[in-house]
Design a protein around this ligand. Structure first.
Ligand SMILES: Nc1ncnc2c1ncn2[C@@H]1O[C@H](COP(=O)(O)OP(=O)(O)OP(=O)(O)O)[C@@H](O)[C@H]1O
Ligand SMILES: [Mg+2]
Length: 277
């Protein structure tokens, strides 16, 4: 409440009275209620955000699974469709090779070679699209197959170690995820690192899986390659990071000109994938 200044000047002196105290308590009450309402709204928005993110992940995982399913179907189609046709063609040519005139027999031998080459390419493409060993025997067997293939095809010597698996398989989606990220990382080593050796180490722990992929090659600047301004032609490493994120996994990259490149990935394991689970 305002009181007249006894000196007669126009300055007002404000003295708090009981009524003022009551009204400020009321103000405080209002503010407290507003703060409470705002925090409730925040909680609600946060929950909505989380739900949105969960839905997005579910959707993105769904797209990814459809893509893998499509690869599996194509691989089978290539193997059983074109693959079988080429096998029949090759056998037919081989049969005729013995019967034709000697001057044509050389030409037939060449046709057999071409058919054999096409058949091998088809089988290899089919396996690269989706190695059946991944579905039949699991991640470790599929990685051994990849190790052999890279050694034979491009001379990359991969040392492969697994720790804590005890012959147990992982969730199918996680096995596919790990196979794909290792496949992309090793392909990158072949394409960019300029080395003939690489190391892949898997470690299965209580609630997570760690994957390390290392080379002693020429290295690169990860941040600039992954930044928005980086080349849009490259989608491999971004794909690795995004796929891992779908499974709440992480990717970290250490790379330097003299030290080579080391990718470290962590993937949380679903409850029933924990060792002994
Ligand atoms: N192990 C490595 N050693 C050296 N450089 C690498 C290595 N891995 C990746 N890089 C560099 O990072 C870039 C991005 O890799 P990324 O896999 O995203 O693309 P890419 O291999 O060029 O193309 P894509 O994978 O889409 O076919 C590469 O172009 C290369 O310069
Ligand atoms: Mg790549």
């Amino acid at each position: 409440m305002g009181h007249e200044n006894p000196s007669g000047s126009n300055i007002k002196i404000t003295v708090a009275t009981d009524t003022d105290a009551a009204s400020s308590a009321g103000d405080l009450d209002t503010i407290a209620r507003r703060v409470e309402r705002i925090s409730e709204e925040n909680q609600h928005l946060f929950a909505q955000l989380l739900e949105g993110e969960r839905r997005f992940r579910r959707l993105a995982k769904g797209v990814w699974k459809v893509q893998e399913e499509e690869r599996r179907r194509l691989a089978l189609e290539l193997h059983d469709g074109i693959g079988q046709t080429l096998t029949a063609l090759k056998h037919q040519l081989q049969r005729l090779e013995d019967r034709v005139d000697p001057e044509l027999s050389q030409a037939f031998a060449e046709l057999v070679d071409i058919a054999t080459g096409a058949l091998n390419d088809t089988r290899e493409l089919s396996r690269l699209l989706r190695p059946p060993v991944l579905d039949d025997l699991g991640l470790l067997a599929a990685l051994s197959w990849l190790q052999r293939t890279l050694q034979q095809r491009v001379g990359l010597e991969v040392s492969l170690s697994d720790d804590g698996f005890d012959d147990q398989r992982l969730d199918t989606d996680i096995e596919t995820l790990v196979f794909r990220v290792v496949q992309e990382s090793l392909t990158n080593i072949v394409k960019h690192a300029e080395v003939s050796k690489a190391r892949v180490a898997l470690k299965r722990e209580q609630s997570s899986l760690t994957i390390e992929i290392e080379d002693k090659g020429k290295g690169f600047d990860f941040e600039s390659k992954m930044s928005a301004g980086g080349s849009n032609d490259s989608s491999g490493l971004r794909g690795v990071r995004d796929r891992l994120a779908l499974f709440s996994g992480t990717l970290s990259v250490e790379s330097g000109k003299k030290s080579g490149t080391r990718l470290t990935m962590h993937v949380p394991l679903p409850e029933n994938d924990k060792p002994g689970g």
